[in-house]
Structures are given as C-alpha cells and as structure tokens.
Design a protein around this ligand. Structure first.
Ligand code: ADP
Ligand code: MG
Length: 603
C-alpha cells in the first residue's frame, strides 16, 4: 500500500487555525489591539464597519516593523515575543503564539502599512487568503496600521454563522473595554460606521474606568488594595447598593490580562455577603499582579482562562481585601433596592389606616420556669394555650387576604365573571380551569404578552407613541450610545421617541402607548441595560431581540401589589397570545395540576 499521509498546505493549516483564533470579528479586534499594546503604542485607534464584518482597522503609534519582519509577521508561529520554551514562563506580553496575524490573513483581505520610527519609508503589504498580493514601499506614519476587510470572504459557511450586527458589535465593545481598562496609560478611540463610540485620553485608572463605563460610575467606586509578597491587588469594586440585576461590568485582570475565573469571581462576590440584594451583581474592576511563573496562561487558545499554582491562597487574599475595602469605606447598604422591595411595601390605598406596630407580650411568661419548659422548647409551646393570640391572628388574616378572598367569593357567585384568580408568593397567579388548576409564572407571562405586542408593532409598523408633556433627558454611557443608535429605527417603530442631543445625552419625547404608567427615564434606562446585556446565545431570531429587550424593560416592575381584576386581565391576555405556554426565551409560563393530580395528593 502506498503512503497516504501528506502535510497540509500552509493556507489550509492556517484556515483551520483561524477557526480557533478568529471565532468572530471581536477575536480579531482583541488580537490586533493586543499587538498594538505589545508594540509599545501610546495611542491606539480602532475603526469598525458593519460590526467588523466589512472592516476592522487598528492604527497604532508603536514601534512598527521592518520590511522583513512585516512579511514574516503573517507566517504561522512567527513571533518576536518568545525565543524558546523557557520564555513561556516569563511572559509579559499579550501575544506569544505567533498565530494571530497568520490566522487573520487566512480568512480575510488584509492590508498592512508599517514604519519603524527611524526610517523614512514604510512597508505596504496586501495579503488575502494567505496569498501575498503586494509588497511595496509606502509613505505612512511611524507605527502600524492593519486593516482587515471582509472577514471570512473565503469561508462563506463561517460568515453565515456570525450573529446580527448588534450582537457582534457588543462583543467588539467587550474586547475593546477589556484592553482599554487594562491600559489606562494608553489613549484609545473607537469608531463604528463613522460614529465615535469611545474617546479615552490617557488617564489614571479611576478616570479610565469612569470614561469607559460612564460618569455615573464615579460615585459608585470603592478602591481595593492589598500588597503582599506573592500577590498585588488593586482596582475598584462598586458599592453594594449599585448592584444590578444583570451581570456585566465585572472585570478581573491578572498581569494585565482579562481573565475569567469562576473561583476568584466567587471570592469577590462572597466578600459582599449579605450586603447584596438577592439576585443582584456588583460591578468590579480588579487587577492582580503575580509572578508569571506562578500561573499558566497557555491552557486556553483565547487565553481568558488561566491556572494558578496556589489558587487557595490567592482566593483567601482576594476575599479578605474586598471585605476590607467594603469595611474601610464604611459601606452600608441603603435599604432601597427600588422595585425589589416595592412588593413588600405596597403603596397606601386611599383611606387606609396605618396601624402602629404592637409589641406582643406573653402574659404567661414566667422567668422562674425550669429549663425544659421555656417557651423556646417546642413540646411545651404546643401545649401552651394560644388564647391570648388567636384574636390577633384572625385579625391579621381578615385585614388583608380575607378581604380579598371575600371579594373573590362574591365574584364567583356571578357566573359571567368566571373563576377568581389568586396571587401566590408575589410570583404566581393561580386560577381554576375545567380540568383542574393552573399556576401562572407572572414575570414570564408578562414578558410573553409584552413581547408579542411589541413584536407585532415592529413587524407591522403600528406602534404608537405617547408623547411626554415634559420630555426627559438621560445621559447614555459611550458604550451604549452605539447600541442605542443601532436599534433606533426599531425602537421608533415600537413607539419610542428618543432624540440624540449630542455628547451621549438623549431626550425622551415619547414612549410606546400602553406603557404610560411607566417612569420614562427608568424605562429607557432598563431598556439600555437589556439591550446591552441580553445574552448573545439566546435562542430567538435576531430581529426579535429588540422586542424582547423592550418587553423585559416594560415588565420590570412586575413584583407589585396586584388587583384581582388585573390578574384576571393578565390571564385573558396570556391566553390570547400566539404562544401562551412559553416565555419568549422558551421557558414555561404555566403549570397545570389536573383533578387527578390534586386528588392523588389527598389519598
Ligand atoms: P504574537 O503576537 O503572538 O507574536 P501575532 O501573529 O499577533 O503573534 O504577531 C506576529 C508578530 O508580528 C509579533 O510578534 C510582532 O513582532 C509583529 N506585530 C504584529 N502586530 C504588530 C504591531 N501592531 N506593531 C508592531 N509589530 C507587530
Ligand atoms: Mg499577537
């Protein structure tokens, strides 16, 4: 039999490697920005067109490359950053694998212009699908400009796999932010489709964080610092009262490299402990510096995961330094988590009388009783008469639930009204159906109802707007301006009237009809939050994402005191939906319990 093993041609090998290194436009952005940082640039510009699908360009004023180095830079395993295996344990640069440029050039049309600072002329190289097309001298600024056009032009399957522009843009912004937050001493700008997304002058870290995240972060930050022999911790955490319901602004860097570490994340979150309202997440910007020989960054191709030799110690140090930071700045939670608590303190009804709190005293209490008869002793408590308490207990029931129950009973007597609906644990609506009983997940049901409404408005262009008598203005952080602008057409179709006033300010002139009861500013803020942090892997069509974001912001106050009539209306609306049984993201909205299941319980 003849030999059958052949070495892959370079172009093919590069395309395969590209799949790993350049998963999406954002991965090319990351590699290119990091190369510019490694080149010692003090000014780095990122220019994007169509979410990076048409153009990704990075222009830096770093060291530049000689003609030979420029040609070599597109070869696989060509790197100036390590020379031998030992260097792997002393890595201080971002790159070291020498495969980014080769991979990018395998799947795009690339144009490089680069010049050393002490040379008159620079080098211009054009390369597409790993084929060098042009190498010439050129006039150019000292430093490097690398333009990557039509990513995956030669791998259509891959190109089709890319997500919608807003999703890919979000990924690019994530990468940009990570690099910008790692290097406050470098000036960065980012433009997308001709619009400025970020303009970040060189600054101290705190200023950089605020420039990247938006001015409102200034008052939220608390510094964290801890220097020990093995580990240096610096950066900022945010006060617990500013924790948000979406995770998002959580940045952990190790030796100036953004990493994801569930365990170290845990060390930070656990330090907050009880200070966080359930289900909320604080933002943090934490920088660890550790001897490179103590970590292994080479275990993941995209290098966001690393291994620590001594993770336990690092965990403990990080945990204690965050606790200290929270303590030192005397951070106490304000008991105002907005809508989170609104359900437990319902607004006063007209005419409602507030009872002063009463202190319960056990008139039978005898301090000289023997140990086993103490009121805390379960057995003796059961034996104790509850005579002094029962009236009060009854009173409580009558005040709230019983009154509602009475109304329901009355309603049930009128056959036209159908069965009553009961609110359970503030989260579910329970009602009877012919075959038994149904429990409705309030939040998901509301999401489904609002989602279908806004999606229909978007598809048919029938969304109407309720104009505000007094337009409100909001400041939108740089990262979110681009996102908002991209969605503007859809948002307008759904009834939002938002106008840019420049400099990240927007005026809210109208909100969709039907959402009049909403606080316009709160609604739009939540909408931005949703648009920014909607997970990218949701199983819904790209064109429905904006409607979902609107729906989620519209229902943000779902935990509230519900009137029976409102609950009934909700049930009707849910069952009038095209797909009442699932939330927009495919989670169950209702659970049914048949007569059989119920009678079984009483067997
Ligand atoms: P790595 O960064 O892992 O070395 P890359 O493929 O990203 O591999 O880059 C290959 C080489 O090209 C780098 O080692 C560096 O010498 C050179 N290079 C890439 N980008 C730049 C740049 N913006 N400025 C100067 N040199 C660069
Ligand atoms: Mg590199």
């Amino acid at each position: 039999m003849s030999d059958i093993i052949a070495l892959l041609p370079d172009a093919v090998a590069n395309q395969i490697a590209a799949g790993e290194v350049v998963q999406r436009p954002a991965s090319a952005v990351k590699e290119m920005l990091e190369n510019a940082v490694d080149a010692g640039a003090t000014d780095i510009r990122l220019v994007i067109k169509d979410a990076g699908k048409t153009l990704i360009q990075v222009i830096d004023n770093g060291c530049g490359m000689s003609r030979t180095d420029a040609s070599l830079s597109f070869e696989r395993h060509a790197t100036s950053k390590i020379k031998d295996a030992d260097d792997l344990f002393r890595i201080h640069t971002k790159g070291f694998r020498g495969e980014a440029l080769a991979s990018i050039a395998a799947v795009a049309q690339v144009e490089l212009k680069t010049r050393l600072h002490d040379q008159e002329l620079g080098t211009h190289i054009k390369i597409a699908g790993s084929e060098i097309e042009v190498t010439t001298d050129c006039q150019t600024q000292p430093g490097t400009s690398l333009a990557v056009k039509n990513l995956y032009f030669n791998v259509p399957a891959r190109r089709n796999f890319l997500k919608s522009d807003p999703v890919e843009t979000r990924h690019i912004i994530d990468e940009f932010q990570r690099v910008a937050l790692t290097h406050p001493d470098i000036a960065f700008t980012m433009h997308h489709n001709g619009n400025e997304v970020f303009s970040l002058p060189a600054a101290v870290l705190r200023q950089r964080v605020v420039n990247v995240m938006g001015n409102k972060f200034n008052q939220r930050l608390v510094p964290a610092e801890e220097y020990t022999d093995i580990l240096k911790i610096s950066g900022f955490i945010t006060k617990p009262e500013f924790a948000r319901k979406s995770r998002g602004e959580q940045f952990l860097f190790v030796n100036r490299r953004f990493i994801k570490s569930p365990s170290l994340h845990n060390a930070i979150i656990r330090a907050y402990g009880e200070l966080l309202a359930p289900g909320t997440h604080p933002a943090y910007f934490i920088y660890l510096e550790i001897d490179p020989s103590e970590i292994d960054v080479n275990i993941h191709p995209t290098k966001t995961e690393i291994k620590f030799q001594d993770e336990k110690t690092i965990y403990a140090l990080l945990h204690s330094s965050i606790r200290q930071a929270l303590g030192k700045f005397n951070v106490t939670p304000t008991l105002d988590f907005e809508q989170e608590t609104s359900f437990s303190t319902p607004p006063l009804q007209p005419g409602q009388i507030v009872k002063p709190p009463t202190i319960r005293v056990n008139p039978d209490y005898n301090p000289f009783r023997t140990e086993k008869e103490k009121p805390g002793n379960l057995a003796s408590r059961f034996k104790q008469p509850i005579a002094s308490d029962w009236k009060e207990l009854y009173q409580i029931v009558e005040d709230s639930e019983a009154k509602q129950a009475e109304i329901r009973v009355e309603e049930e007597r009128k056959p036209s009204d159908g069965p009553g609906v009961l609110l359970m644990h503030s989260e579910y609506a329970v009602t009877q159906i012919a075959s038994g009983m149904v429990m409705i997940h309030l939040k998901r049901a509301l999401e489904r109802i609002e989602f279908e409404k806004h999606r229909a408005h978007l598809q048919t262009g029938t969304g109407t707007s309720q104009r505000l008598l007094f337009p409100q203005t909001i400041g939108v952080p740089a990262a979110q301006v681009a996102i908002l602008e991209e969605q503007m057409e859809d948002l307008t179709a759904m009834g939002f009237e938002l106008n840019s006033l420049g400099g990240g300010s927007f005026s809210i002139n109208g909100i969709p009809s039907g959402l009049e009861s909403e606080q316009p500013r709160g609604l739009v803020e939540e909408l931005l939050e949703q648009l920014t942090h909607l997970p990218t892997d949701l199983d819904i069509p790209a064109q429905d994402r904006t409607a979902l974001a609107v729906a989620r912001s519209a229902v943000r106050q779902w935990r509230r005191r519900w009137k029976t009539a409102e609950l009934k209306h909700l049930v009707d609306e849910l069952f009038a939906c095209e797909q009442p049984y699932y939330s927009p993201t495919g989670k169950a909205t209702i659970a049914t319990f048949t007569h059989e299941e119920i009678t079984d319980k009483f067997d």
